[in-house]
Design a protein around this ligand. Structure first.
Ligand SMILES: [Zn+2]
Length: 134
């Protein structure tokens, strides 16, 4: 259980009130600046890592090195992302069986599963051009 320190409450408040679900550490840092509650970037990173470890935030890689943090989806332990090249992101619940399988797989290797993320990629459907009427 994490203590309720001002930096932790500030960072949590950003996630609870942000209109955007997926935030990078840099975006959290900038939102705190805009709210006139500045924290050092190192502190932001530290708090995000603590929240991830405590299961308060989920960390995901949306591709192209974009690591985001977000509050878990309601009623869903883990969710994946479908990232479109147009910048949109769709979320989907991952089946519990998948996690069980990964836990087992790690165990067979003599490891403890510490986390996982599923990201899939897409592009807008190609709509055929109308043939030239010439
Ligand atoms: Zn998400």
């Amino acid at each position: 259980m994490l203590r309720r320190t001002p930096p932790r409450l500030q960072v949590l408040d950003v996630f609870k009130t942000s209109p955007v679900r997926h935030l990078t550490a840099d975006e959290v840092y900038r939102q705190l600046l805009e709210r006139q509650q500045p924290l050092g970037l190192a502190t932001v990173y530290k708090v995000l890592a603590q929240f991830e470890q405590a299961g308060i935030l989920q960390r995901s890689d949306l591709g192209h090195g974009r690591h985001v943090f977000e509050l878990p989806l309601e009623g869903v332990t883990e969710h994946g992302h479908l990232v479109c090249s147009n910048g949109q992101v769709a979320e989907f619940a991952l089946p519990h069986a998948l996690k069980d399988e990964l836990v087992q797989l790690a165990e067979q290797q003599g490891w403890d599963l510490t986390g996982f993320a599923i990201t899939a990629y897409a592009r807008p459907k190609h709509t055929p051009q109308a043939p030239d009427s010439a």
